[in-house]
Design a protein around this ligand. Structure first.
Ligand code: ATP
Ligand code: MG
Length: 369
């Protein structure tokens, strides 16, 4: 029985990047032997085990063969005679298909080190085409390693285009697509993820609305800005979707099965942009209208995210209006229902009194500006 460090840990170590989690491959062992050694099996179908102490993943060497379309339909074959090379061959990119023995020797049958040096993301074999998720993974590694000078190899880009033409991307389930998008939004150059998807044609299936006219560059610009601001996922996604029409953004976010917070902020951002653009100085009513629609009174955290997304979405001349909104928020949040109730307001009248007091405070603010 032999144990090898594989995948991302070997890649990152050779690149001089911090290693996050370590995955291991075991050859020449059976599941029974692993269990005897105290490993815990995770999942019934896959021969993957957790180390009793380190909790790191140890997978028995395996091969995979494709039987159906999309992510499903892999037949896994694992036995003590499956070699390390055979296991590495089923992997996506050459830089992810290297192993390191316990003696420190690098096993690199597919030229991973050459591609690390040449800064290329290259598929290991034609079997890459069996899993469309690999297109998204490749785009995500491009987004991560772009600052180090990596790009997708021409032959891999050609293969990804072929996969798109063959309709492979249509078979991805939204959950997997969203998972990759969510991760990509936090990579070093998130815009590169969408550029690679556009270049291979996959964007036309995943977020086709981004491809219209000037939308793409506006979306990527807004996303870059949200990334520079170290924003959370909701804000990054809202920034990306910000050039879309509200209905487009809402439908796409729902189809992608984005989490509710993401869907919600994308909806709010796209629906408020036209209103903010139309806003005129000194108009307390419109300011209050926007604050009400954003429900800033109950959702101040989300409002802060909304402002961050808008900051990245609006052109320079409109930015001043975000300052008006913030001042209006600060002026009007001080209005206490309790105080007005003590003054005798209740029911519908209380609602009106709150509104009038908020308006009064926002108007007063405008007069002093
Ligand atoms: P990260 O730093 O994001 O964890 P990673 O390379 O470790 O990067 P994982 O998603 O943790 O990526 O997967 C571990 C390894 O498994 C990869 O390096 C790759 O060799 C292989 N792998 C994962 N998913 C696929 C896939 N869909 N197709 C082929 N190989 C894959
Ligand atoms: Mg990993």
């Amino acid at each position: 029985m032999k144990t090898y460090l594989v995948g991302g840990a070997v890649r990152d170590e050779l690149l001089g990047l911090p290693v996050k989690d370590r995955d291991w491959v075991v050859t020449g062992a059976t599941p029974e032997e692993m269990l005897q050694r105290g490993f815990k099996q995770v999942g019934a179908d896959f021969p993957v085990f957790l180390h009793p102490k380190s909790r790191e993943e140890y997978a028995l060497a395996r091969t995979e063969r494709k039987q159906g379309r999309g992510y499903h339909g892999f037949t896994v074959y694992s036995a003590p005679d499956v070699t390390l090379e055979a296991d590495l061959k089923r992997r996506d990119l050459t830089i992810n298909a290297m192993a390191k023995s316990t003696a420190g020797e690098i096993v690199d049958p597919f030229g991973g080190r050459d591609d690390l040096r040449g800064r290329k993301l290259r598929h290991v074999s034609e079997a890459f085409a069996e899993d469309p998720l690999r297109i998204l993974r490749t785009a995500r590694f491009a987004a991560r390693l772009q600052p180090q000078g990596f790009s997708v190899a021409d032959s891999t880009m050609a293969l990804m285009r072929q996969m798109v033409d063959d309709g492979e991307v249509d078979h991805l389930v939204p959950e997997r697509v969203w998972q990759e998008i969510q991760r990509a939004l936090h990579e070093n150059e998130p815009g590169t993820f969408f550029e690679v998807l556009r270049d291979c044609g996959a964007l036309a299936t995943i977020i086709p609305e981004l491809e219209q006219g000037d939308t793409f560059s506006a979306a990527i610009g807004a996303l870059r800005c949200a990334h520079r601001g170290n924003s959370g996922t909701d804000t990054r996604f809202a920034a990306l979707m910000s050039p879309l029409k509200p209905a487009e953004a809402v439908n796409r976010a729902a189809q992608l099965k984005a989490p509710n917070g993401c869907q919600d902020l994308a909806r709010l951002t796209t629906s408020l942009i036209p209103q903010i653009r139309a806003m005129k100085a000194g108009k307390a009513e419109t300011l209050l209208g926007v604050l009400d629609e954003a429900d800033v009174w109950r959702r101040s955290d989300r409002f802060a995210e909304l402002l961050s997304a808008l900051k990245c979405a609006l052109p320079d001349p409109e930015q001043v209006k975000l300052g008006w909104l913030e001042s209006a928020q600060h002026a009007a949040t001080g209005v206490q229902a309790k105080t007005l109730m003590e003054q005798g307001f209740k029911g519908k009248e209380l609602g009106e009194a709150i509104r009038n007091e908020r308006l009064r405070r926002i108007s007063a603010l405008n007069q002093t500006q």
